[in-house]
Ligand binder design. Structure first.
Ligand SMILES: NC(=O)C1=CN([C@@H]2O[C@H](COP(=O)(O)OP(=O)(O)OC[C@H]3O[C@@H](n4cnc5c(N)ncnc54)[C@H](O)[C@@H]3O)[C@@H](O)[C@H]2O)C=CC1
Ligand SMILES: O=C([O-])CC(=O)C(=O)O
Length: 352
């Protein structure tokens, strides 16, 4: 057999998106050598061709902890994969298009990041996305349960307050549920809080850390301004302004984009910041603490966002809320009321 034919045959097995690669012998050759055997973690992005997915894929390709990057979507995965794969960083990139390739996309993954699903338009709540996104998350999580049940899952798709309970129920049904490995991504709330607080205080946002607890929608987003690091104090007006701006940060972007979607670039940044923390935890680094929406006993609700310590097993420790002031205690009660309904809605979607 001709060498080029042999390479083509091997490549056809290695690369799931055949039509695109089959026309380009040089790419086939490169693909053939890309064994993905370098040390590092295997990461899949589901919804990789979307507004969040594309910059997220680019930033994950730049992450030195990633050795293999699988990009899955129901549209445009070949184009995004070809594009990202030209970046001269370590991770080997492979693309997967459509449901028949979902299992190949997921097999062997250490971390699965899910930004698949529809985004808001002006006038919509995150809960308005439930109808479409609940089914998408269910299908993707069934794939995870089957093909990479031990992977850490970072769930971005909205409404996070309901999609995380959906994922948990899917994993329970499959007998693969590990609460430590299912994390709803609320990092954008922390990123926004750090930015807005730094603006008010005249500080560098990189030096500010604001815990944001509860959930990821409206009043369920509860910034704990009494626990900001470095320690600082705010006037009542500043507290009102900051709390509202952090809670409405997503809506601010939805309105500014005027029908063209919701936060994508800041979300990709936040998702990578969070995924990187998860990977450092998996590597065994000590003292990795971030906020996430996880299975929790901190309140009477089964899921709640608080600081968690990330380690080899995922969210190894879920931290208590710490001392709250009166303003935060009132906010907590409001948050819990809405959260309870959203969690129940997610659970019922699978149990019904
Ligand atoms: N957790 C958070 O803080 C945030 C969450 N989001 C949410 O992230 C989600 C994605 O937002 P965007 O990227 O802006 O939307 P987008 O519409 O630009 O991209 C979504 C991608 O998901 C893909 N997709 C749809 N069904 C799929 C399936 N069954 N399997 C795999 N991929 C599928 C689409 O083809 C598309 O490429 C939305 O639900 C949005 O509300 C957005 C910002 C922040
Ligand atoms: O607001 C939205 O719909 C998207 C989102 O979750 C955010 O930007 O926080």
């Amino acid at each position: 057999m001709e060498i080029n034919q042999r390479i083509a045959t091997i490549s056809a097995h290695l690369h799931p998106i055949k039509p695109q690669m089959a026309e380009h012998p040089i790419l086939r050759q490169a693909d053939c050598r890309a064994k993905g055997g370098a040390p590092g973690f295997k990461v899949a992005i589901l919804g990789a061709a979307g507004g969040i997915g594309q910059p997220l894929a680019m930033l994950m390709k730049m992450n030195p902890l990633v050795s293999v990057l699988h990009l899955y979507d129901v549209v445009n995965a070949p184009g995004v994969t070809a594009d990202i794969s030209h970046m001269d960083t370590g991770a080997v990139v492979r693309g997967f298009l459509g449901q028949p390739q979902l299992e190949n996309a997921l097999t062997g993954m250490d971390l699965v990041i899910i930004p698949a699903g529809v985004p808001r338009k002006p006038g919509m709540t995150r809960d308005d996305l439930f109808k479409i996104n609940a089914g998408i998350v269910k299908t993707l999580c069934e794939g995870i349960a089957k093909c990479c049940p031990n992977a850490v899952v970072n769930l971005i798709s909205n409404p996070v307050n309901s999609t995380v309970p959906i994922a948990a129920e899917v994993f329970k049904k499959a007998g693969t549920y590990d609460p430590k490995k299912l994390l709803g991504v609320t990092m954008l709330d922390v990123v926004r809080a750090n930015t807005f607080v730094a603006e008010v205080l005249g500080l560098d946002p990189r030096e500010v850390n604001v815990p944001v607890v509860g959930g990821h929608a409206g009043v369920t987003i509860l910034p704990l301004l009494s626990q900001v690091k470095p320690p600082c104090s705010f006037t009542p007006d500043e507290i009102e302004y900051l709390t509202k701006r952090i809670q409405d940060g997503g809506t601010e972007v939805v309105q500014a984009k005027a029908g063209a979607g919701s936060a994508t670039l800041s979300m990709a940044y936040a998702a990578v910041k969070f995924a990187d923390a998860c990977l450092r935890g998996l590597r065994g680094d000590a003292g990795i603490v971030e906020c996430a929406f996880v299975a929790s006993q901190v309140t009477e609700l089964p899921f709640f966002a608080t600081k968690v310590r990330l380690g080899r097993a995922g969210a190894e420790e879920v931290y208590q809320l710490g001392p709250l002031n009166e303003y935060e205690r009132v906010g907590l009660e409001k948050a819990k009321e809405e959260l309870e309904a959203s969690i129940q809605k997610g659970v019922s979607f699978i149990r019904k």
